[in-house]
Write a protein that binds this ligand. Structure first.
Ligand code: KIV
Ligand code: ZN
Length: 516
């Protein structure tokens, strides 16, 4: 099998994303997760950039045992010395030296001739070779460098002792055909090219970083550089997880694989997102929240019958539990029925399921995503009697502008009829405090909404509450011409649901498809 080496630069190029700043501890945490993911090389930072970066690279170098740790250096002795210092204690170390080679960079940034570029780079590679057996050289902005000059630079790097020559499309300007052609030409024209590894380093300014990296592989690249979630300078770098999954899923086409532990992809993505603060867009390939979610009825029906209809990869491959069928207005009867089953409503008649489905469609027209709680409320309101563990027997609320509000509540409880009086921050709060005292249920009021359901002074008011106990949340609804009574009834209904839920058997099945 042809192996493609993965060089992860999340901690260096990824950290160059605007607004991202990782401290040493965070860098080590990410590096250890990258090690679990099984990347071959980890570029931990740019030690000459600051003493803090040098210390962080050193901490990573000492913590990671199963990947080569790389430090970046410009083509100067002081940068190389900084990397030497930073990589002390590494199990396996590599220096990454770079110098720009394109006409634009030579003329405006470096103010160097081609000869000066060749000379400076050669001196730097030879200097680095004194300390490191593994030296990677990057002709920065290789994509916009004259191809014959790039061949000359690469030949020089091979002679000077580089073990990897990395071809960066620094500004994300290349197309896959052009970028692939660079690798083909280097392979054909550079003497001694077989002695070193060729690497691709792409940026995503035109959205082609992954395609360009794959084109490089098709034309002989041994290594791909990239970041987790594709973070990085400007539009970011090649997303490693996308390259790995493209190779895995289309092995028939690429005939090459990484040795990544693919099951760690989702976890690594979440960690990088959390510590960098860079949110993964829901529609991002492989690791976006919607990457394995199906909403349309036709797709859900297909996936429930046979996953291969709409899934080219399985979520389990990247360490996710299962596909998700999101219930929304495009969902069909099949997914809805599965959801009911999933929630434990296994004994509804065909007629009841149809009636609930009609109600669900009405609700989905008004709400983007219908939650489990919405479905429970919808089914229970119509077909399921919630046993009355608690029942309101009396409610009296007083308000005194000096003493504030107070509520007296009498409840039927499993321990008999009980009554108490409580005061809170307002009449509703007083009622809820009194009920809490009587039931002893440790609940949190997550949501409270009130609306008029009819018109006029005798309008019916409807109160809706969501209560949470641990990781269980329940809804309650109360209707009355008096909003305080409606509030009490909604709260008590939610408590009854909670009591009922505690009696419900654990979810009966469904480990394959999770519906949300
Ligand atoms: O994009 C780039 O050119 C780089 C180099 C330092 C390799 O990140
Ligand atoms: Zn870069």
């Amino acid at each position: 099998m042809r192996k493609i080496y993965i060089f992860d630069t999340t901690l260096r190029d990824g950290e160059q994303s605007p607004g991202v700043n990782l401290n040493t501890q965070e860098k080590v945490e990410i590096a250890l997760q990258l090690e679990r993911l099984g990347v071959d090389r980890i570029e931990a930072g740019f030690p000459a950039a600051s003493p803090g970066d040098l210390a962080a690279v050193n901490a990573v170098a000492r913590a990671v045992k199963n990947a080569t740790i790389v430090g970046l250096a410009r083509s100067t002795e002081s940068d190389i010395e900084a990397v030497r210092e930073a990589l002390k204690g590494a199990e396996d170390a590599c220096i990454h030296v770079f110098l720009a080679t394109s006409p634009i960079h030579r003329q405006y940034k470096l103010r160097m001739t081609k000869e000066q570029v060749l000379e400076t780079a050669e001196r730097a590679i030879r200097y680095a070779k004194r300390y490191f057996s593994k030296v990677e050289f990057s002709p920065e902005d290789a994509g916009r460098t004259e191809l014959d000059f790039l061949c000359e630079v690469t030949a020089m790097a091979v002679r000077a002792g580089a073990t990897v020559v990395n071809i960066p499309d620094t500004v994300g300007y290349m197309t896959p055909q052009e970028f692939g052609n660079i690798f083909k030409t280097l392979k054909e024209k550079v003497p001694g090219i077989e002695k070193i590894q060729l690497s691709a380093h792409c940026h995503d300014d035109l959205g082609m970083a992954v395609a360009n990296s794959l084109a490089a592989i098709l034309n002989g690249a041994d290594q791909i550089e990239g970041t987790i979630n594709g973070i990085g300078e400007r539009a970011g770098n090649t997303a490693i997880e996308e390259v790995a999954m493209a190779l895995e899923t289309r092995f028939d086409f690429f005939q090459a694989k990484t040795t990544l532990n693919l099951k760690e992809i989702a976890k690594t993505s979440r960690l990088v997102s959390k510590l960098t603060g860079m949110v993964v867009p829901p529609n991002k390939a492989i690791v976006g929240a919607n990457a394995f979610a199906h909403e349309s009825g036709i797709h859900q029906d297909g996936v429930l019958k046979e996953k291969l209809t709409y899934e080219i990869m399985s979520p389990e491959t990247i360490g996710l539990k299962a596909s998700q069928l999101v219930l929304g207005k495009h969902s069909g009867r099949h997914a809805f029925r599965e959801k009911l089953f999933d929630l434990g409503y296994e004994n509804l008649t065909e007629e009841q399921i149809n009636a609930a489905f009609a109600k669900f469609k009405e609700l989905a027209d008004r709400k983007k995503t219908v939650t489990d709680e919405d479905i429970r409320a919808l089914v229970e309101e119509k077909f399921v009697e919630v046993p009355e563990v608690y029942a309101l027997e009396k409610l009296a609320v007083t308000f005194d502008s000096e003493a504030g509000p107070a509520a007296t509540v009498r409840l039927k409880t499993p321990d008999g009829v009980r009554e108490t009086k409580a005061s809170g921050n307002g009449s509703v709060d007083s009622i809820y405090k009194a009920i809490d005292e009587l039931t002893g249920e440790p609940v949190e009021l997550e949501n409270y909404t009130i609306k008029a359901v009819t018109e006029g002074p005798d309008a019916l008011g409807e109160v809706h509450v969501v209560l949470r106990q641990g990781d269980v949340s329940v809804q309650g609804r109360g209707v009355s011409t008096d909003i305080l009574e409606a509030s009490a009834r909604a709260y008590i209904q939610a408590l009854n649901r909670l009591a009922d839920k505690r009696k419900m058997p654990a979810r009966s099945r469904r480990d394959k498809i999770t519906l949300i």
